[in-house]
Design a protein around this ligand. Structure first.
Ligand SMILES: [Zn+2]
Length: 122
């Protein structure tokens, strides 16, 4: 249990990196362009995060979110242009989200061993 690497993929093949708290089954809203920049900010997974999207008019696009936790699973969400997720953060709380077990085709890692090897944040 703890914090695990998450990949966020856009329809136009951009890849972002993020973090899932496996205890809360919650993804940190903020995402990162570079793997090396991924860090846990001052983040409270129970909804007190200061790092949510604060855009007056969020401009979002559809993404898929892939957690490396527990062999992998993925689901849909929405990412704002300010690089914060606005949907898909708490997948079990959003009725419209369908969760798929396993590894999506766009993942750079296609075996459970590779996924496991990349799952740690630090
Ligand atoms: Zn925003």
């Amino acid at each position: 249990m703890g914090d695990f690497l998450v990949l966020i993929h856009t329809a136009d093949e951009q890849l972002y990196y993020g973090i899932e708290d496996s205890i809360g089954d919650t993804v940190q809203p903020r995402v990162f362009v570079n793997r090396a920049d991924v860090r846990i900010d001052d983040w409270d997974f129970e909804g007190q995060s200061p790092i949510i999207c604060r855009c007056e008019t969020p401009l979002t696009r559809a993404v898929e979110i892939f957690t490396t936790y527990a062999g992998g699973s993925y689901w849909t969400g929405r990412l704002c242009q300010c690089e914060h997720l606005v949907s898909g953060i708490s997948r079990y709380d959003e009725d419209s989200i369908e969760i798929h077990d396993g590894i999506p085709a766009w993942s750079p890692w296609q075996t459970e061993e590779e996924v496991f090897a990349h799952q740690n944040i630090t």
